[in-house]
Design a binder for this molecule. Structure first.
Ligand code: WQD
Length: 337
């Protein structure tokens, strides 16, 4: 199928575009490059062995969207484009609502006008809020505690309303747990701007000497070693999950939702120790106060994706860390501008 990948120059967008092409799809990347680099798409094209068309633009530009759909006539959209920092969203809620929700509304309107009614939406486990049950299934109650999470939940609700109003839509909602790692070639990977909020990219920057120690946010959680437990997922597993979800929605209408996670959790200290072992570099850390808004434990019940999509995460934590380290070591300053 012809697929438009919004946010296709980003971390998840590049890796997913590569897997889509490997599965025989044609990809067009749309990105405003507010948090991604052209070099990332160039390298993804090299890995794919074909030039990936790139359209620079913003989902708020309705005219541009109409042009894109008229020219590419896509069969489906994989929608990653969005701002994604929990902390930043607390400081800039309107920017997050405009970019993530209004942008998606413009996208859906333009898709409908062009009779493109298949979409995979990039949601997040953050919509589960403070989880009552772990592992967490898709029918767990939804609640959000920050504007970023609210944009994800609002968009999910918009998609559910759309599917209920018009049976021609085929919608797959994917709730990611903690994507980490990089393509094993070390050519593409995660390249956060500024100081990384997320654990693994920060640990990688400690390993290459860009920071002197990891601040472990809390050592007094009710977990085996007192530090936070999360469901880390290799980005290539996540990418392959999108290919499987696209296959699923291509043959049916309606809306459905799947967790993308491994179904098991690792603590902050386990990640740090694995990184030190894999990289051979000391990873100093100090335990500090809990980060506001963090939950103690989060990991997926991943059985629905296995049942419906025939997809399971297959890469281990060691592979995630090895692939992240190879990317980090080969690209200490990330992509070229
Ligand atoms: C993981 C663990 C921290 C950094 C976030 C978003 C979520 C999704 C994934 C977008 C936690 C601890 C972290 C550090 C630390 N993003 N930590 N020191 O918070 O589970 O999820 O990213 O969809 O929406 O909330 O990921 O990598 O920030 O934290 O101790 O410098 O590492 O407390 O236990 P998180 P994370």
């Amino acid at each position: 199928m012809r697929i438009v990948v919004t946010g296709g120059a980003g971390y998840l967008g590049t890796h997913t575009s590569l897997s889509l092409i490997a599965a025989g799809h044609e990809v067009t990347v749309v990105d405003n490059f507010s948090n991604a680099s052209r070099d990332a798409v160039r390298r993804t094209s090299d890995l794919a062995g074909s030039d990936i068309p790139v359209v620079e633009g913003d989902l708020l530009d309705r005219h541009l969207l109409e042009e894109i759909f008229a020219e590419t006539r896509p069969d489906a959209v994989v929608h990653f484009a969005g701002l994604k920092s929990v902390g930043e969203s607390n400081a800039q809620p309107l920017r997050y609502m405009t970019n993530n929700v209004s942008g998606t509304l413009q996208l859906l309107d333009a898709m409908d006008a062009a009779s493109v009614r298949r979409i995979i939406f990039s949601s997040s486990a953050t919509v589960y809020g403070v989880t009552e049950t772990v592992p967490t299934p898709e029918d767990h109650p939804l609640s959000v505690t920050n504007p970023y999470g609210r944009t994800k939940l609002m968009t999910e609700d918009i998609l559910r309303d759309l599917a209920a109003s018009d049976p021609r839509w085929s919608i797959g909602i994917l709730r990611y747990f903690n994507p980490v790692g990089a393509h094993p070639s070390a050519q593409i990977g995660e390249d956060p701007r500024g100081v990384p909020n997320n654990l693994v990219p920060f640990v990688g920057q400690v390993a290459v000497g860009r920071h002197e120690a990891v601040s472990v946010f809390g050592g007094d959680y009710p977990t085996p070693d007192g530090t936070g437990v999360r469901d880390y997922l290799h980005v290539m597993d996540l990418a392959e999950g999108h290919v499987a979800a696209l296959d699923r929605i291509a043959s049916r209408t309606g809306v459905d939702v799947w967790n993308l996670g491994t179904g098991r959790g690792y603590s902050v200290l386990e990640v740090i120790r694995m990184y030190a072992e894999v990289s051979g570099r000391p990873i100093p850390y100090r335990i500090v106060e809990r980060r506001p808004g963090d939950v103690a434990v989060s990991y997926a019940d991943a059985s629905k994706a296995a049942r419906d999509l025939g997809w399971r995460a297959v890469r281990s934590l060691r592979e995630m860390i090895e692939d992240h380290w190879h990317w980090q070591d080969a690209n200490p300053n990330g992509y070229d501008a």
